[in-house]
Design a protein around this ligand. Structure first.
Ligand code: AMP
Ligand code: GLY
Length: 430
């Protein structure tokens, strides 16, 4: 890559985006970084990092901004603009953008489309059936114990589209709510009913362009709000890497049976993939199986992923967006990382907001990642359910965990909450 300086735009407002901003602005080839809309951690005018405010669904206005500010690369954080075709729109205008096309983003945008792809190309996944009539769905589920099923809404549902039912009554109510009452909208009223599978879960990432892929990076994400995986599902409140079960044999199996078959299938289905592919995998006793694909970086996995990536993020994203990706340039390290997220009282339900955050001045040596925060008159306030977190790194996983919690212990806001057992699983079993 030449030593020209580029202006970059990152779309999104979470911890994922703050981690991307930190990493990309460390590249010597970056001049200005814009974040839209960003959060309380992503704005740093002294370092040429600026938050801007354009609605992420207004592609025309985003294109206008990119053209006026001479932005050379846009990186898309969240799934909605990808599924809505932002990449196709930018490319039509000759603009560089990192992320998959509308066609390829169906891998996350429609669970039914993704399931049919896996079935057609023999990619290991739980057996599933598609329903658009509640009568047929109810008849089908009678053959199973409720605990053996998972109900999934077809389209994007803001993390609320997967139901792990306990009773037949719960199943029937869910079927009615989604198919008949259309609580996720009339275009999102189909249901995928899957067999429930068991085993440790891992988020596996690869940079991909067409049939080419980097090596894999694996992060374990904690989805439940309370210790011991109790309580409701969240967007993810902690993570660690590498997983204690992440062995060469498993990595090869994932590459041979999942990654390459998936990107080759997408090529054949006129949906060539370009961007970061996120495979949500469960390691069952019959081998790794896909429980979902995402067409983007994960949150909170990216908070760790950006510390695992030894290469220049700008160079990788630029190469992929210009279609001259060299997979060997992607180098993941094998250091130990832990990430703990502080959340607002009430999250993932209705939560408190607008609380003053203090203690951050004592954390200069820590890798702090903001999620739901905002700046007001130089002070930082809570502004979301997932608020702020610390990435710990260490010679051992215990050291990494201790560093995260030491950092978290120095941050204060009223009624804050965090899980105390992030990463524990990795040290108990090693
Ligand atoms: P998803 O959004 O598809 O990742 O689903 C959310 C969570 O539901 C996953 O992280 C899993 O813990 C769980 N899940 C999804 N599908 C299955 C399945 N077939 N069997 C067991 N658990 C599942
Ligand atoms: N960590 C879950 C997600 O990014 O979807």
């Amino acid at each position: 890559m030449s030593h020209r300086k580029y202006n970059i735009l990152i779309l999104g407002s979470g911890g994922r985006e703050h981690a991307l901003v930190k990493k990309i602005s460390s590249s010597k080839n970056v001049y200005k970084t814009f974040v839209c809309p960003g959060n309380g951690g992503t704005s740093n005018p002294k370092l040429n990092i600026f938050n801007i405010n354009i609605n992420l669904s207004n592609f025309d206005e985003l294109i206008n901004f990119v053209t006026t500010e001479n932005i050379e690369l846009t990186i898309v954080g969240p799934e909605q603009p990808l599924v809505d075709g932002i990449v196709d729109m930018f490319k039509k205008k000759g603009l560089n953008i990192f992320g998959p096309s509308k066609n390829a983003s169906r891998i996350e945008g429609s669970k039914i489309w993704a399931y049919k792809l896996m079935e057609k190309y023999n990619i290991p996944c739980p057996k599933s059936e598609v329903f658009d009539q509640s009568k047929l769905a109810k008849k089908y589920v009678r053959n199973f114990n409720p605990n053996d099923l998972v109900l999934k809404v077809d389209g994007l549902a803001g993390g609320k589209g997967v139901i792990l039912p306990k009773t037949e009554d719960e199943i029937n109510k869910t079927i009615e709510a989604i198919i008949d009452k259309k609580i996720f909208g009339s275009l999102n009223s189909k249901l995928l009913i899957s067999e429930r599978i068991y085993g440790p879960e891992v988020s596996v990432f690869a940079f991909v362009d067409g049939g080419k892929s980097s090596e894999l990076a694996a992060v374990c994400d904690y989805k439940r709000i309370f210790e011991n995986d109790e309580g409701p599902n969240t967007g993810g409140v902690g993570a660690y890497s590498p997983p204690e079960f992440w062995e060469r044999k498993l990595q090869n199996k994932i590459k041979d049976e999942i990654l390459y078959p998936t990107i080759n299938a997408l090529e054949l289905e006129n949906s060539s993939y370009s961007g970061v592919l996120y495979m949500g995998i469960m390691v069952t006793k019959n081998g790794p199986m896909v429980i979902e694909y995402n067409c983007r970086f994960g949150d909170p996995e990216t908070q760790i992923l950006m510390s695992k990536l030894d290469s220049d993020l700008l160079e990788i994203c630029m190469d992929i967006s210009k279609k001259h990706f060299e997979p060997n340039k992607v180098i993941w390290n094998n250091k130990n990382f832990c990430f703990v997220m502080m959340t607002s009282n009430g999250y993932p339900g209705d939560y408190e907001s607008g609380k003053l955050i203090s203690g951050l001045e004592n954390l200069k040596d820590y890798n702090i990642i903001h999620s739901g925060t905002k700046i007001l008159n130089r002070d930082i306030f809570t502004n979301g359910g997932r608020v702020i977190g610390v990435v710990g790194e260490g010679a051992s996983m215990i050291d990494a965990i201790n560093q995260s919690y030491k950092g978290i212990g120095k941050i204060y806001f009223k009624n804050s909450f965090y899980r105390k057992d992030i990463g524990k699983r990795a040290i108990n079993e090693s």
